[in-house]
Design a protein around this ligand. Sequence first.
Ligand SMILES: [Zn+2]
Length: 178
Amino acid sequence: MGNHHDDLARLASFFGGEEALNIVKALANAGTTTDDVIATQANVRLNTARKVLYKLYDHALVTCIRSRDEKTGWFIYHWKLQPDQLDAFVRSRKKKALEQMRTKLEFEKGHSFFVCKGCPGIRVTFEDAMESAFRCSGCNGQLVSDDNSRTIQMLEDHSRKLESELSEGPIAFADGRF
Ligand SMILES: [Zn+2]
């Protein structure tokens, strides 16, 4: 359940922060509804609601049905969350993040690194440091060995967390369990 909230929060930050999160929640609670209602329930401006809805629509995370108001003749758009798509979307983003993390982890484990104390951006592998005779390409200062055990630990922790999240069941977006 905690993870579900994390998923939603992460998803929302991808689509526009707190307001997007409120919009997804409003949609999940409402079932099918109009952008007016969503804006009111999420307590955001109509334009904001529409912007987020279009983004979600672009990723096929919501569906939209158009009808015509018989009195005004204007179109009304009815929006509905696609929980399965949403779940698949979150999963695929997590899988991608996990792959990137594993690649980075392999690289960190397989190399020794050297840094320059004076240049925060300089970090090279042992091989590259050898080539420059352990001189910094930025300031020509001495490169020193960098202990990456904490980086490795952090990457391993994050990978494990993602792995366990991916092994869980689908996210329950539509049953009000936020
Ligand atoms: Zn330097």
